[in-house]
Design a protein around this ligand. Sequence first.
Ligand SMILES: Cc1cc2nc3c(=O)[nH]c(=O)nc-3n(C[C@H](O)[C@H](O)[C@H](O)COP(=O)(O)OP(=O)(O)OC[C@H]3O[C@@H](n4cnc5c(N)ncnc54)[C@H](O)[C@@H]3O)c2cc1C
Length: 293
Amino acid sequence: MLYSVKELYRPETLEDALRYLAEYPDARPIAGGTDVLVSMRKKKPEDVRLVGLQNLQELRGIRRREDGVVEIGAYNTFTDLANCPIIAESVPMLRTAALAMGGPQIQNAATIGGNVCNGATSADSAPALFARDAVLVLRSAQGERRVPITEFYDGPGRVKRQSGEILVTIELPPCQADSYGDCYIKFSTRKAMDLALIGCAAACGVAKDGTIAQVGIALGVAAPTPIRAAEAEAFLKGKRLTEDMLEQVGELALATAKPRDSWRASKAYREQIIKTLARRAVRAAYEMAGGAL
Ligand SMILES: Cc1cc2nc3c(=O)[nH]c(=O)nc-3n(C[C@H](O)[C@H](O)[C@H](O)COP(=O)(O)OP(=O)(O)OC[C@H]3O[C@@H](n4cnc5c(N)ncnc54)[C@H](O)[C@@H]3O)c2cc1C
């Protein structure tokens, strides 16, 4: 399908892109286009003004800073994430998420910034970013805004991106514990080209004595937006993990969730999956961090 739009502006610098967005607040950023182009089918193309982000070097690259923060440029494709040694080392569950999303063609085009800004509760990057307390760095002609990802989602398909803003980088603070492990599990009915029925990520920082020093548990498709399972996290903190505790983790994760019936799966089925995935992801993250049950 060919698209004819009012304008496709392709700036070479972030400054120029922000200036254009300030001038045309209705203009829509486009990265890989895997959501934008699908949504445009429902609109009159002549109404659409697009700003292409592909030439903006400020949105590229993945770095680990001296303070241990991992900075992920918004215009990294899922293939970039899957191939990056820094991701494999510091946040391996994001690599798992990258390889579980769409299929190779979609992974080659779709960006992490587009995945976040699209606002879907099924976004495969979201559980890992929520569990790791990611901070979004947004820029507009007015300046910079830093927003914890847990405060960015506003409802199904909605985020709190302000007019004229571009997501530039995503920052992941380092784990402060002696050892670290994480896990993302995407539950879907097909191995590729399928959205998650439920996604669950767990990140675990474990002290030398085996107690859980830091923990993040996050769920996708368990509510209208991705969520943190805060009660399960509070229950785990400061304890050594046991089999009995895992039962409780599943129940507490479910207590935070608000799954719904849809043509993909019933609410009751999703509830079972939430409990099972929360238990499995926490166990896997704890064991990866060197903890023994
Ligand atoms: C066949 C198919 C399969 C898919 N499978 C999956 C899947 O398994 N898992 C999954 O999570 N998603 C899936 N998706 C959805 C989609 O691929 C992802 O959400 C993707 O990450 C979007 O990234 P993009 O770069 O293509 O974004 P775009 O389509 O370019 O943009 C998406 C939204 O984000 C905004 N945006 C993009 N970049 C920025 C930025 N830097 N700053 C501000 N706003 C920005 C755009 O204006 C738009 O609103 C699938 C899509 C298709 C077509």
